[in-house]
Write a protein that binds this ligand. Structure first.
Ligand code: NDP
Length: 333
């Protein structure tokens, strides 16, 4: 069988992760990387494929089965998605949750007209977490769904820490609160505020002569960012920051806590807890790995005649795998 011809549009963290994930997919072949920058200035993690100017992408229309969009959700995808959906099957990781319905519409019209599939908001949240929220609700209609995020590096909060007087460098992680998770896992179904669900941890390098207590108190009392959370500040040296805090970890949990059975004189109800968890060493490499599996599905769905905008809810799980349905029934069912 001929490999699926894949290309990447936008080469940042996600773009690099997508290239890596494609090398682990023997049924796929990376045709090239498209960038808005001067192709000569873009360095690939593996330079065995060419870099092209994205302005020239239309001439590769017949050479690409599916295009993975790796641009940012804030301004890249809203512009690139609808334009590229009129030329290619596309997959992206659009993660501005509140704007997903309108972005879906913006992709649906051009993709339908072009006879292509536009798969949006693929990744882990939105993405795998969304699927697990759906499973929980559909299977246990009587219950509550909880999403927790972390341990994860937060860019906005890290910037806020670095703006504090006396701070030379630093990072901030958001972690799920252990006590909140324990309550949810117990089947209690508590009502939790955002601030009860997560705690914050900062790793800070002080400027010469700065006072640790003054810096700590400036951080933990900072309105909007830290004042409403339990925040721990650790002071470290520059080498430790460089060696132990240079990754982009993330992860989290989706938990559905529900009950089954009928509660009356003859019967009692039973607690049922469904949990999905991720511990990610690299957020972008994992997100890109999800994108690559869904790129395979988008291509197969289009071959089967499907067109228009799709989300993870519209994809049958078997389509994600390079294995045949018969193989999957035998090996994994
Ligand atoms: P980056 O900022 O690394 O890359 C975004 C774009 O910026 C690239 O496509 C690239 O476009 C351009 N770019 C990258 N590096 C440079 C550079 N050195 N100089 C100039 N331009 C550069 O973003 P990420 O890859 O980390 O994330 C992309 C999106 O992924 C995020 O906005 C987020 O919305 C989404 N995401 C979704 C998740 C999910 O679960 N659904 C999880 C994690 C992320 P070009 O090559 O055209 O210049």
């Amino acid at each position: 069988t001929t490999p699926i011809r894949v290309a990447i549009a936008g080469y940042g963290n996600l773009g690099r992760g997508a290239q890596a994930a494609i090398t682990h997919s023997p049924d796929m072949q990376l045709v090239g990387v498209f960038s808005r920058r001067d192709p000569a200035s873009v360095t690939l993690i593996d330079d065995s494929v060419p870099v092209y100017a994205i302005d020239d992408i239309e001439q590769y229309k017949d050479d690409i089965d599916v295009l993975i969009l790796c641009g940012g959700s804030r301004s890249d995808l809203p512009e690139q998605g609808p334009a590229l959906a009129s030329l290619f099957n596309i997959v992206d990781s659009f993660d501005t949750h509140a704007k997903i319905p309108e972005y879906f519409e913006a992709l649906d019209a051009p993709a339908t007209k072009a006879g292509k599939v536009a798969m949006l908001s693929v990744g882990w949240d939105p993405g795998l977490f969304s699927i697990n929220r759906l499973y929980g609700e559909a299977i246990l209609p009587v219950g509550e769904t909880y999403s927790f995020w972390g341990k994860g590096l937060s860019q906005g909060h890290s910037d806020a820490v670095r703006r504090v007087d006396g701070v030379k460098a630093g990072v901030q992680y958001t972690l799920p609160s252990e006590s909140a998770i324990a309550r949810v896992r117990s089947g209690e179904q508590p009502t939790l505020s955002t601030r009860e669900k997560h705690v914050r941890e900062c790793y800070v390098v002080l400027e010469d002569g700065a006072d640790a207590d003054t810096v700590r108190s400036a951080i933990v009392t900072m309105p909007d960012y830290f004042a409403d959370y339990d925040t721990t500040v650790h002071f470290i040296d520059e080498q430790t920051l460089a060696s132990e805090h240079n990754k982009m970890p993330h992860g989290g949990f989706v938990i559905r806590s529900g009950v089954s059975g009928i509660d009356n004189k003859q019967n009692e109800q039973n607690d049922q807890v469904l949990e999905f968890s991720l511990k990610l060493g690299s957020n972008p490499e994992f997100t890109a790995s999800v994108l690559v599996a869904y790129a395979r599905a988008a291509h197969k769905m289009n071959l089967a005649g499907e067109t228009g905008a799709k989300t993870v809810f519209d994809v049958a799980p078997g389509l994600l795998s390079p294995k045949t349905p018969a193989q999957l029934r035998k090996e994994l069912l």
